[in-house]
Design a protein around this ligand. Structure first.
Ligand code: AMP
Ligand code: MG
Length: 411
């Protein structure tokens, strides 16, 4: 059997970051920057006032006090956006607003709060330091410097900087197009009537949602039965709209394990047993002339979900241009024993992770779900974490400190 780490390396080898495209800022939101953004200009581009007040020559106010305010004639009114290139002579001043260009001849701004707010002349009741309330050219960004490095995710702050240096578009790795296809003759569309031996299909909803949560643009192709020709046709059909294809079901040892049967024949997808529980049967490779990556996940819903979090998620991250980091891990104390874990396979138990802030080895507790079967979906909905039980460990006492992987929240 293959180790979890080996399978992670193998699936990561199938992909590279998607070719960057130039996107408008809001379309780039949440994307990963592909090239550095540097500023062609200094920010601020011109000296300007950081307050509403009066632009003055500081020397003119040397003797100002509350008892003897200095009075200066107001020669101009300078709003933000003013293009008039105003100048003030010694002994004069201009009313100025926040963000407005500093007039020639002025070397300080007096906040309106230090004055009587006069319009024709203004009385100032204290001296001012040269440079007061002035935002200088380049004090935010120096011309030519890098403001955003490749690999950053473009959130609010990043988009603000890009816009502020004048960029209308930025090069980002596009959102990976993920197509999700399930297989199984027993599957029925939720919302419609069900017959004996049938089940409502859930994996493709789960995986499509998980791919959306992982920042992808995911499409649910739905499900097909266990007919080999139909499965192959459908896989080939979705290749043009996919950067990666995910399938579920049909990869274990059953007689009707159609995904394995059909894709094995192509010779570009290999099927392995990975030393884990749930999720042992895994397939990965490429299909079609486009060599589109495909990961074939097991059909049991919990296996499929855990496989997504362990294997698919890092692959999607790499496609997006992010580091293929695993789920974030913390240590936690078990609030219940784990009576059995298979020797030689790593278990991932659905659990509720909580912060209780207690002193000691860790401030977190983990409550393993009581229903750990790979078909038992009820525990999945409640879980926010996976307890990791190493290959060599077969049981754990209550209170044991274990590694716990945090599951992603909905986007
Ligand atoms: P398979 O891997 O196809 O043998 O499926 C293993 C188990 O998972 C069976 O009990 C299937 O009925 C179930 N299963 C397979 N695919 C799905 C699906 N898309 N949604 C819900 N359950 C599924
Ligand atoms: Mg099946």
């Amino acid at each position: 059997m293959k180790t979890v780490e080996q399978h992670i390396r193998d699936v990561l080898d199938l992909v590279e970051p998607l070719e960057p495209i130039e996107l408008d800022l809001l379309r780039a939101h949440g994307g990963v920057l592909a090239e550095a953004v540097s500023s062609a200009v200094s920010l601020p581009q011109f000296d300007n006032s950081s307050m509403d007040g009066y632009a003055v020559a500081a020397d003119d106010l040397a003797g100002a006090s509350a008892q003897e305010p200095v009075r200066l004639p107001v020669v101009a009114d300078i709003p933000a956006g003013d293009v008039a290139a105003t100048a003030v002579r010694r002994g004069h001043c201009a009313r100025i607003m926040t963000g407005a260009p500093l007039p020639r001849g002025a070397d300080a701004v007096v906040p309106v709060e230090w004055t009587d707010g006069g319009l024709a002349t203004v009385a100032v009741d204290r001296p001012v330091q040269p440079g007061n309330a002035i935002r200088r050219v380049g004090e935010d960004v120096e011309k030519g410097t890098t403001v955003l490095r490749p690999g950053v995710r473009l959130g609010a702050g990043e988009l603000a900087v890009a816009a502020a240096v004048g960029r209308g578009t930025v090069p980002v790795h596009p959102r990976p197009r993920v197509v999700v296809l399930s297989t199984g003759a027993e599957l029925v569309e939720p919302g419609s009537a069900i017959g004996p031996g049938q089940i409502w299909e859930s994996n493709s909803y789960m995986l499509t949602a998980a791919a959306l949560d992982a920042g992808c643009s995911a499409v649910r192709r739905g499900f097909v039965g266990d007919d080999p020709a139909t499965v192959l046709e459908t896989v080939e059909d979705v290749l043009v709209q996919a950067d990666i294809v995910l399938t579920t079901g049909g990869v274990s040892m059953g007689v009707y394990d159609v995904v394995k049967e059909v894709l094995s024949r192509l010779g570009t997808v290999s099927f392995d047993k990975v030393a884990m529980q749930p999720g042992m049967p895994q397939g990965a490779g490429t299909v079609g002339e486009s060599a589109t990556p495909i990961l074939t996940l097991p059909g049991n819903p919990v296996s499929s979900y855990v496989s997504f979090q362990l294997f698919v998620r890092p692959v999607l991250r790499r496609l997006r241009g992010l580091a293929p980091d695993p789920l974030p891990a913390v240590h936690a104390r078990l609030t219940a024993p784990v009576p059995h874990s298979p020797k030689g396979r790593r278990s991932y138990l659905r659990a509720v992770l909580e912060y209780d802030g207690s002193a000691g080895p860790t401030p977190y507790t983990a409550q393993p779900a009581t229903r750990q079967g790979s078909h038992q979906l009820s525990a999945l909905a409640e879980a926010n974490a996976l307890v990791v039980v190493p290959e060599a460990v077969t049981e754990l006492e209550e209170g044991s400190v274990v590694e716990v992987l945090r599951l992603p929240e909905a986007f």
